[in-house]
Design a protein around this ligand. Sequence first.
Ligand code: PL3
Ligand code: FE2
Ligand code: FE2
Length: 231
Amino acid sequence: MPQLEASVAIDFHSETYKDAYSRINAIVIEGEQEATQNYQKLAELLPDDHDQLLSLARMEGRHKKGFEACGRNLSVTPDMEFAREFFAQLHGNFQKAAAEGKVVTCLLIQALIIECFAIAAYNIYIPVADDFARKITEGVVKDEYSHLNYGEEWLKANFEASKAELEEANRQNLPLVWQMLNQVEQDAHVLGMEKEALVEDFMIQYGEALENIGFTTREIMRMSASGLAAA
Ligand code: PL3
Ligand code: FE2
Ligand code: FE2
């Protein structure tokens, strides 16, 4: 059982671990906070799905509370300033798209890119997490699949009308994911998470999502490679 060995080898109370955790924990808290706001904004932009989107927003608020508890449990103070900086570009792109009423771009950023990033990170984190954080993260990741599914279903139902905007939004936002992964690589490693595994899991989730929405394999290959040289 390699997973058990890995978690036994990690000292969750060492200064090195807690220092890395102060940034990763903050990123996750900030990510859940921004997801809350993003689904609230989407609820305004998509009146037909208003109540469902507000319910997703509430789930994100609960995720944030769960991860705050994970930090407290390890006596770690999250470095929220670092985390806001970490999300600044993606956050700015979402705000700009929302202001322009570009709902397809907003859905790509939040319901596809951010959710796939979260699913990859949480899946890789679960086997190396402390017992308290593992239980919380297992509950959270189930919800994230349902958020990804919401985005897939909406974009699938509106595929032809969304396709060009999705391709453009992918070009502008996917490179940011590779930059963000590079920024957390060291800290993630201290937590027992390898960048290669994160990239692989992200690519699988994102590629499957694009396939479910209606893109061909060729299109998915081209879109996934966007900005990948930076990874
Ligand atoms: C949307 O529901 C949540 C958005 C959260 C985004 C998290 C991205 C995390 C990337 C950092 C990699 C290490 C994660 C460790 C997990 C505790
Ligand atoms: Fe979440
Ligand atoms: Fe989510």
